[in-house]
Design a binder for this molecule. Structure first.
Ligand code: NAP
Ligand code: GDD
Length: 369
């Protein structure tokens, strides 16, 4: 029986991948972080919580990773764990580097010393292209990261390539473009939108505040993307692949489609808030999946409008059940709505106050002389 170790089992992709591997007869081990409130709702939602062996581990702690590898003794490692929120990486650049860059090298070193036959999948990202303005990106497009997150992931991307070439490891980068689902975290724009649309429709929320509506992304459906991860690991030769739909849409288009899926006019509810804009954003992403189609035989089938509809309908269903007093495993009821604004606003306000204070102190000092 094949054994797989998935890091980041509590995130969006981990449970979908685990479900896929279980269906293929794998024994699945998943790493989770010790947090004060357990967040296994996605595994519960897919009905697989008790089918996975859970191991506590943190990407910033080498001993815990070593333990996870020795306990699971895997044939395949899927490294999905990350500080994955781009906006947050501007507030926590060092933590992001520690986890998203050094965490990968920790694994590569463990594999090199423990068992060079373990195959390694690295969750690379379309964010690597960042400031590159080409209209469609493939495996040969130059990478210009535009955030601490992307810079850390670029480090990992190269380490995977370097370990593959230097030590002959089976290590590959899945350069995945944005992929979404009803299991998407609430801090990401798609789920923030669909959750708000559902609440507005049911009279539980009045408005939706968003940042950059002009940003364009290539959005696909997550369960299809985890299949591409598995396919990469079944190849004879390890390689890097772009996984994308080849279509790009703006945040504004996503908003419009989501409100319209609930029979609402978005212009009545959406407010643009400058504070939600990033210090530096990625303007446009659109992936060329030709190599994945040719070598892996992978092709997406869920369209943009279908994806939006799946997410809106699921959030509507959950909030309706909540209103009806039914309890379902789910993140939204405990999520402070303007969560993504909190840290940066507080920081910015404090910085403003600080600079006012500094100026008046300077004035007082000048007056003395
Ligand atoms: P996600 O929902 O944010 O899940 C991230 C996972 O990493 C969670 O299980 C989280 O645990 C865990 N984690 C965070 N910090 C950790 C640490 N220090 N040590 C161990 N685990 C840690 O992300 P996702 O959407 O599933 O994406 C999976 C991977 O693909 C990520 O690496 C992401 O950067 C990358 N990626 C995602 C997309 C996308 O569109 N979804 C596209 C390209 C690449 P907690 O639950 O405890 O927070
Ligand atoms: N999160 C968020 N919240 N984003 C907003 C908002 C808002 O209120 N308003 C506008 N946006 C814009 C962001 O500025 C960005 O341009 C775009 O919506 C998408 O943001 P996210 O959904 O946070 O995703 P991302 O593209 O930055 O990152 C995701 O995809 C990457 C792959 O390209 C994450 O999953 C990354 O982990 C992943 O690597």
């Amino acid at each position: 029986m094949k054994r797989a170790l998935i890091t980041g089992i509590t995130g969006q992709d981990g449970p979908y991948l685990a479900k896929l591997l279980l269906s293929k007869g794998y024994k699945v081990f998943g790493t989770y972080r010790r947090v004060s409130t357990p967040n296994f709702w996605r595994l519960q939602h897919l009905g697989i919580l008790n089918k996975i062996t859970l191991i506590p581990a943190d990407l910033s702690d080498t001993s815990s990773l070593l333990e996870a590898v020795t306990i699971s003794d895997p044939h395949e490692i899927y490294n999905l764990a990350a500080q994955s929120f781009v906006g947050n990486s501007f507030d926590f650049p060092l933590l992001t580097t520690e986890v998203d860059a050094s965490g990968t090298t920790r694994f590569l070193e463990i594999i090199r010393h423990y068992n060079k036959n373990i195959k390694f999948y690295q969750a690379s990202t379309s964010e690597l292209y960042g400031a590159n303005v080409v209209s469609i990106q493939d495996e040969n497009t130059q990478m210009f990261p535009n955030s601490p997150y992307a810079a850390a992931k670029l480090h990992s991307y190269h380490m995977v390539r370097i370990y593959r070439k230097s030590y002959g490891l089976f290590a590959c980068n899945g350069i995945l473009f944005n992929h979404e689902s009803p299991l998407r975290g609430m801090e990401f724009v798609t789920r923030k939108i669909t959750n708000s649309v559902a609440k507005i429709k049911l009279g539980m929320q009045k408005e939706l505040r968003l940042g950059n509506l002009d940003a364009k992304r290539d959005w696909g459906f997550a369960p299809e993307y985890v299949n591409a991860m598995w396919l990469m690991m079944q190849q004879k030769i390890p390689d890097d692949f772009v996984i994308a739909t080849g279509e790009t849409h703006s945040v504004r288009e996503f908003v419009e489609a989501a409100f319209s899926a609930a029979g609402l006019d978005w212009k009545r509810y959406v407010i643009t808030d400058q504070k939600l804009k990033r210090p530096l954003d990625v303007h446009q992403l659109c992936g060329d999946n030709a190599k994945a189609q040719k070598v892996l035989g992978w092709k997406p089938s869920v369209t943009f409008n279908e994806l939006v509809k799946i997410m809106v309908e699921e959030d509507l269903r959950r909030w309706q059940m909540y209103k009806d007093g039914k309890i379902v495993p789910w993140d939204a009821p405990n999520y402070p709505h303007e969560m993504d604004m909190i840290s940066r606003n507080v920081v910015r306000d404090a910085q403003k106050e600080n600079s006012v204070r500094k100026k008046s102190r300077l004035k007082r000092l000048l007056n003395r002389f």
